[in-house]
Design a protein around this ligand. Structure first.
Ligand code: ADP
Length: 191
């Protein structure tokens, strides 16, 4: 059983690929025999843990602090967790990093910058939100009329406009292997 907790924190614009990569990584970890993984998706969190919060800087920071609190609890108890949240503000991401590393040790927080030009995100428009933001139906939309502060020193910087989800996921797995957070070899499920 895997006992080392860690947080893989995906940050990036809406439509950059955070949910896609967290789900794919979840799946790949399961094939490695790491089955106690939890995914915290920003969109889902906002319907439960952060229900009622809006998109002002203050509410966004509160949302991220709550997710960070859960992430550190999971990390403390050896549960690998994958967070997919825009988390546009650098300062609160750093706060969360400190919270997680305090309980999980240095290297237990892996910040993944899911980098994709806004034009490409907007073209993908997975949830139709960019079109609505451009029509003025959604205010404070990250990248349009709200800021996004890219990480300055992320553990991983992935360009999702020029590589496939599988290639991006492999880079994360390589990092986790190199840090000894996951085993080298795949374990067949059921064996
Ligand atoms: P987010 O969670 O960041 O809002 P989503 O994962 O919902 O973004 O959407 C990203 C979209 O981009 C998906 O349709 C996905 O298939 C596509 N995509 C293309 N290349 C990549 C990549 N390398 N990584 C992740 N997603 C990608």
């Amino acid at each position: 059983m895997n006992r080392k907790g860690f947080t893989v924190w995906f940050t990036g614009l809406s439509g950059s690929g955070k949910t896609t990569l967290s789900n794919l990584l979840h799946h790949r970890l399961q094939t490695l025999g790491i089955t106690n993984v939890e995914v915290l998706d920003g969109d889902v969190v906002r319907t439960h843990l952060s229900r009622g919060l809006g998109f002002s800087k203050q509410d966004r920071d509160t949302n991220i602090r709550r997710i960070g609190w859960v992430a550190q609890l999971l990390t403390k108890h050896g549960v690998p967790n994958l967070v997919a949240a825009i988390s546009p503000y650098r300062e609160v991401r750093e706060e969360v990093r400190e919270m997680v590393e305090r309980v999980g040790g240095k290297g237990s927080f892996i910040e993944v910058f899911v980098d994709c030009p806004i034009e490409v995100c907007e073209k993908r428009d997975v949830k139709g939100l960019y079109a609505r933001a451009r029509r003025g139906e959604i205010k404070n939309f990250t990248g349009i009329d709200d800021p996004y502060e890219p990480p300055l020193n992320p553990e991983l910087h992935l360009r999702t406009d020029s590589s496939t989800p599988e290639e991006c996921t492999e880079k994360i797995l390589q990092h986790l292997r190199a840090k000894g957070l996951i085993p080298e070899v795949e374990v067949k499920t059921g064996s």
